[in-house]
Design a protein around this ligand. Sequence first.
Ligand SMILES: [Zn+2]
Ligand SMILES: [Zn+2]
Length: 194
Amino acid sequence: MSGAHSLGPDGQGRGSGDFVFDMRSLGRQPGTFRDETRTARAPDGLGSGLVLVPAGADVALDLRFEAVSEGVLVTGSAVAPLKGECARCLDPLTSSAEVSFQELYRYGPDPGEDEADDEERFLDGDRLDLEPAFRDAVVLALPLSPLCREDCPGLCAECGVRLADAGPPHGHGEDTDPRWGPLRQLDVSDRIED
Ligand SMILES: [Zn+2]
Ligand SMILES: [Zn+2]
């Protein structure tokens, strides 16, 4: 099992060490490759807006490392759980994101090249840290408007009840509580329903 050394020297309990891979056994002969699957703990702070990958959650990695002349080409996929709330009814929801990526990690910068270039990824000696590539791929894959279900009817624009719970027919017709009377004078007929 090549995944036995999954923790970096300082990776204990930190999570991020789970994304570091040792390239020593791969060597530098172009065309050589190694497949590896691993369950890694999700790093902190991975999410945006209404949805996130819970820190420490299991991320399933399925990877191929291939030696090429400039470095190591990583091709693979990751499946990460998502937690968030529905963009329409605000109910908690769980789902998952599957991302695939292909990234070149170079052995080092060319002479005179700026190593701080964000677009480039480099090996750190024999260590390949997949976390930045994983983060970039996941952030792009997060849904901007996660839904608890495809046809979530959302909340009633007038009373705020969850329409999925209220069930049809739910409306504010003539039988409405008289206290709503003045509000009914407002013109809401052109409100855009999402
Ligand atoms: Zn919903
Ligand atoms: Zn209502």
